[in-house]
Design a protein around this ligand. Structure first.
Ligand SMILES: NC(=O)c1ccc[n+]([C@@H]2O[C@H](COP(=O)([O-])OP(=O)(O)OC[C@H]3O[C@@H](n4cnc5c(N)ncnc54)[C@H](OP(=O)(O)O)[C@@H]3O)[C@@H](O)[C@H]2O)c1
Length: 269
């Protein structure tokens, strides 16, 4: 029986993926900041909950140790935990800038590092990092979020070489808009009232961003695609999920960054 270790399994894509893998007969180490609040996942005998906050290294070490004790091995790591900083860059304070990178980038690196000795010892393992179409293309007023997702894309792509020497594979999961509460609970909107010049622009853009993220596909679809990626033995690196993601990425690749900028500018004007 194979085992997947998931971060951010309390909701959305992480939770749907935990359920989908359990239904496919996998063991699931479903990690989250507050496992005591989780009820639905408790019902599945092959899902075990572990406390893990990607900002707290000691919880990462403990969760990996406990999951290995429980399941014996871990075959797949799904780095999924993340949130979206939203707002005008000039309005972001140092704390928010650093927190966005702490959660989406450094947290992901810490979890990866905690599992690598195990994967290396078994000369096998798969790391799947959930970035976003936003790790390849950008939208306005989310510069910090895109910076983190682009960072994870570059990190993962380079990591593939050295981990290949140890029998470990990496994959990038790049969803478009998924119908989770990401644009609610996981969107951290910041503004600075003293920055009058941006006020109208920032508010208008936020409204348009919310409209854009009201579409999308259910997290169960993302879970199915993640499962297909996990059982895909090929060396495919990127898995784009959703027509919107495919369209935006194709637009930039086909027409170039400048044409992409013009199109997005028109979309939001
Ligand atoms: N929804 C989309 O449209 C979309 C599109 C592309 C990519 N993504 C990516 O998909 C991933 C999951 O997002 P989602 O849509 O499923 O949103 P979600 O339902 O809001 O889930 C976000 C998850 O991240 C967890 N998390 C946040 N900070 C954490 C921390 N410090 N330590 C551990 N866990 C933490 C949350 O846990 P708590 O319950 O403790 O807050 C929650 O489980 C994110 O990386 C996101 O960037 C989402």
């Amino acid at each position: 029986m194979k085992t997947i270790f998931i971060t951010g399994a309390s909701s959305g894509i992480g939770k749907a993926t935990a359920v989908y893998f359990a239904e496919k007969g996998w063991n699931v180490a479903a990690t989250m900041r507050s496992p005591e609040k989780e009820e639905e996942l408790q019902k599945y005998p092959s899902i075990k909950l572990f406390c893990l906050d990607v900002e707290k290294k000691e919880t990462i070490t403990q969760a990996v140790q406990d999951a290995l004790l429980k399941f014996g091995t871990i075959d797949v790591l799904l780095n999924n935990a993340g949130y979206g900083s939203t707002g005008i860059f000039e309005a972001a304070d140092d704390r928010e800038i650093r927190r966005q990178f702490d959660v989406n980038v450094f947290g992901l690196m810490d979890v990866t590092k905690a599992l690598l000795p195990h994967f290396r010892s078994q000369q096998d393992g798969l790391i799947m990092n959930v970035t976003s179409a936003g790790g390849r293309v950008v939208l306005p007023i989310t510069s910090l979020y895109h910076a983190t997702k682009f960072a994870v894309e570059g990190f993962t792509e380079s990591l593939a070489f050295e981990l290949n020497s140890q029998g470990i594979r990496v994959k990038l999961i790049e969803p478009g808009v998924v119908l989770t509460d990401f644009s609610g609970r996981s969107m951290a909107f910041f503004e600075d009232d003293s920055l009058e010049d941006y006020k109208t622009y920032s508010r208008d853009l936020l409204q348009k961003m919310k409209q854009l993220s009201s579409g999308g596909f259910p997290p169960e679809i993302a879970a199915q695609e993640i499962y297909q990626a996990a059982i895909d033995e090929s060396n495919q690196l990127r898995y784009v999920i959703g027509e919107d993601a495919e369209e935006f990425i194709a637009l930039k690749e086909r027409e170039g960054a400048e044409a992409y900028f013009q199109k997005v500018q028109q979309m939001f004007s």
